[in-house]
Ligand binder design. Structure first.
Ligand SMILES: [Zn+2]
Length: 191
């Protein structure tokens, strides 16, 4: 498969995954444009963590990290991968999972705001209209559904059935799943 060609990852949600040319390759020598420095970039997979722990680590990282323009020396591939996955993992759910997840988010919120008109309305909808799939998915509560879906997506990343979006030039993790520009080395691969 050539660089930038699109592929749908089987069993890992219905989204189109844009694969960088180096996503599946082992660690390699990367010739960085800045300063002619040759550096070995080790490409990491996301760590195994419960969703709550991953989210906590991500929030701590956001608090601690440099704001605005990122310092190149501060780049840590493992942290970048973990942070990317915890931020974007719901994009890798399939349509049915997304529906259950989204309803779960609203239901959890409504249960905390049961006295508001919005909360009452959603809880009534839950009682009357919600279909079996969503009901089954939420049998053990939203936190449990979230953890199950998170672990499934994590497994997809760990087996490289889906990959984080990396810059085809410097291999660093880029900002979003569909970004085609690297804020680290400045490479732009828009076509
Ligand atoms: Zn780059």
């Amino acid at each position: 498969m050539s660089a930038g060609e699109q592929a749908v990852a089987p069993d890992c949600g219905g989204i189109t995954v844009i694969q960088g040319s180096k996503s599946h390759q082992p660690p390699q020598q990367v010739n960085l444009a800045f300063g002619g420095l040759v550096q070995t970039m080790k490409e990491h997979l996301p760590r195994s963590l419960a969703y709550k722990d991953a989210l906590r680590a991500f929030l701590a990282d956001v608090d601690a990290g440099p704001k605005g323009a990122k310092a190149l020396e501060a780049y840590d591939d493992q942290r970048a991968v973990d942070s990317y996955v915890v931020r974007y993992w719901t994009q890798y759910l399939n349509e049915s999972e997304k529906r259950c997840y989204n309803f779960g988010v609203r239901l959890a919120k409504a249960q905390h705001q049961a006295e508001t008109p919005w909360g009452r309305q959603l809880l009534a909808e839950w009682e009357r209209n919600v279909d079996e799939d969503v009901r089954d998915a939420l049998t053990d509560g939203f936190a449990s559904l979230q953890e199950r879906l998170w672990q499934k997506v994590l497994a997809c990343f760990q087996s490289a059935r889906v990959v984080v979006n990396r810059c085809p030039r410097c291999s660093r993790v880029v900002r979003t799943p569909r970004a085609q520009q690297c804020l680290w080395c400045g490479h732009d691969w828009h076509r």
